[in-house]
Design a protein around this ligand. Structure first.
Ligand code: G4F
Length: 282
């Protein structure tokens, strides 16, 4: 199916009559959403509405619906950690599109009594992450540097912080969210905040690359102390027109209601991604 094509969504739902629908489809790259705001909005915002409205027209009121909402919706929110009651302040066409879907999901739940839930997920990574996201870019880049297959990794804002969890944990959470008696919205996070620079430092540590940061602003770089080569440089074009400077979630509600215990912390996540990259390269 295609979320921009109502008929294809309607046809699939009518054929399958699903017990549970997980809407994970999106133009999911924040930076790309500044280049393709219409495509992003059509897919991410109206796409969710197309599913919900199809379920309603087809009278599939027993189908449970999960919407992949995003911590990006909090944007510039000043008070951390962020939970289900925090203020939204979206900072990109992507975040605005996700906020539309968040509200329309609530609307269909409250207005039509549908079992529709939002999982407000903070960044979730895994070896399957594609290279245009910063976690994979750093891991793949530095692994290649350590094997002398590449000289340098280029990054944008080193000082943005994110709350990084493992996709495997978060997918289990998505499932749990749809197994509750009552439909509701949940923040899914780790509660730990790390910067992009922390991510680089952690990957370098695992790969036993000793680095030293020098310079400021666009001249800031990381030097490999063994080879004396610059292995991380800053590129202006990788900065976004608007940035979400900090994200850290509070998942007390999910822990209490869903009784969820994650298997991964930040270090284990980074190690999993590195191990996969080393295996692939070898
Ligand atoms: O890895 P990112 O591109 O992820 P971002 O923008 O936080 O979004 C991800 O998480 C959201 C949940 O919070 C999802 F909704 C969304 O779909 C996606 O999965 O960037 C993380 C941070 C940003 O602050 C960015 O400016 O890393 C910074 N960054 C610095 N250099 C970079 C780079 N990001 C990318 N992609 N590439 C860089 O070179």
């Amino acid at each position: 199916g295609d979320l921009t094509d109502s008929a294809s969504i309607m046809r699939i739902l009518e054929q399958v009559k699903p017990a549970e629908v997980y809407n994970l489809a999106a133009q999911s790259h924040v930076a790309v959403s500044f280049e393709e705001p219409l495509h992003t909005s059509n897919t991410n915002a109206l796409g969710s509405l197309r599913i919900l409205e199809s379920l309603r027209i087809l009278k599939l009121f027993k189908s449970k619906f999960y919407q992949a909402s995003s911590s990006e919706m909090f944007g510039l929110a000043k008070k951390l950690p962020l939970d289900e009651n925090s203020h939204f302040s979206p900072q990109s066409p992507y975040a605005v599109s996700k906020l539309y879907s968040y509200w329309i999901t609530k609307n269909y739940r409250d207005g039509y009594g549908m079992y529709a839930c939002n999982g407000i997920l903070f960044n979730h990574e895994s070896p399957r992450r594609s290279e245009n996201f910063v976690s994979k870019k750093i891991v793949k880049g530095l692994v290649e540097v350590s094997f002398k297959k590449r000289k340098c990794v280029y990054l944008g804002n080193l000082y943005a912080t994110r709350d990084w969890g493992h996709a495997k944990d978060y997918v289990r959470m998505m499932h749990l969210i749809l197994q509750q008696k009552k439909p509701d919205d949940y923040v899914v996070a780790t509660g730990v905040e790390k910067s992009v620079k922390d991510f680089v430092n952690c990957v370098a540590k695992y790969l036993k690359i000793k680095i030293k940061w020098t310079g400021k602003g666009l001249s800031e770089c990381a030097v490999d102390l063994n080879s004396n080569q610059i292995i991380v440089k800053i590129k202006k074009s990788l900065f976004r027109p608007l940035e979400v400077p900090r994200l850290r979630g509070n998942m007390n509600k999910a822990k209490k209601v869903l009784k969820f215990k994650p298997n991964y912390n930040f270090d284990k996540l980074v190690k999993d991604m590195i191990d996969h990259e080393l295996k692939t390269l070898k």
